[in-house]
Ligand binder design. Structure first.
Ligand code: NI
Ligand code: MN
Length: 232
């Protein structure tokens, strides 16, 4: 068994978990300026969508993909209600601090400090991160859009993660220096930086981030370009 991640740009990841296809925060071409052009809402594979929050750069393609595939959508309670109001029926609602065992592994929503308003202005509850304990034992943390929070230490205290996908863009989320602290708080073995260079306010030098992470910690940095795949 293995967990394979594909980066679709910005904060969107595909995960192949022993054949189950997860899609995290779908923001695909042509909506996303950085997503690979050949992966769209009409073509991306998904058995499960997981959403961190309601902002359009994390769920612009959730409804079309869910409608086309009939996939399960895992999200917070408020976004779930909103999706069901848009005709999406296969929804599993959760909330921060709660975990649930799915066929592919255990999902827990974690604290994120950010907003979660939905594209039409509806209330989207609180934002979250996603912690997944896959069936093969691999632990992956998708921080979502968040500030650095001391609560991230709790993830490290209970054993840490094999991989942490951390935003480094600054301005809307934590920036590179805080992401280095976050990587240490969650005791990540490896970090994928994301949520940078999509728009002008979040431009970052990702090579400098990787160098600083290497200089200051024992944590590996995996820089993925949109379309790149990594086996955890
Ligand atoms: Ni956001
Ligand atoms: Mn965002």
């Amino acid at each position: 068994m293995a967990v394979t991640l594909t980066y679709f740009g910005h904060a969107t990841f595909g995960v192949d978990a022993d054949g189950t296809k997860l899609l995290i925060d779908p923001f695909l071409a042509p909506n996303s300026p950085v997503a690979p052009a050949d992966v769209t809402a009409d073509s991306v594979e998904a058995d499960v969508i997981i959403l961190t929050h309601g902002h359009a750069d994390h769920m612009a393609d959730a409804i079309p993909v869910a409608k086309r595939t009939g996939c399960l959508v895992i999200c917070n309670f408020e976004i779930g209600d909103w999706l069901m109001g848009q005709g999406i029926e296969n929804v599993h609602q959760m909330h921060i601090g709660g975990g649930y065992n799915f066929d592919f592994g255990r999902v827990k929503l974690t604290i994120a400090h950010h907003g979660s308003g939905l594209p039409d202005g509806s209330y989207g509850g609180n934002p979250s991160g996603i912690l997944i304990h896959f069936n093969d034992g691999t632990d992956v943390y998708f921080a979502g859009d968040t500030a650095l929070t001391y609560d991230m230490r709790l993830i490290g205290d209970v054993g840490g993660v094999d991989l942490a996908a951390l935003p480094i863009g600054d301005n809307f989320t934590m920036g590179p220096d805080d992401a280095i602290l976050a990587a240490q708080f969650v005791k990540a073995k490896k970090v994928i930086p994301h949520h940078y260079n999509t728009f002008p306010p979040i431009e970052q030098d990702v090579e400098a981030f990787a160098q600083k992470l290497q200089d200051e910690t024992d944590i590996e940095c995996a820089i993925l370009n949109p379309g790149d795949t990594l086996t955890v």
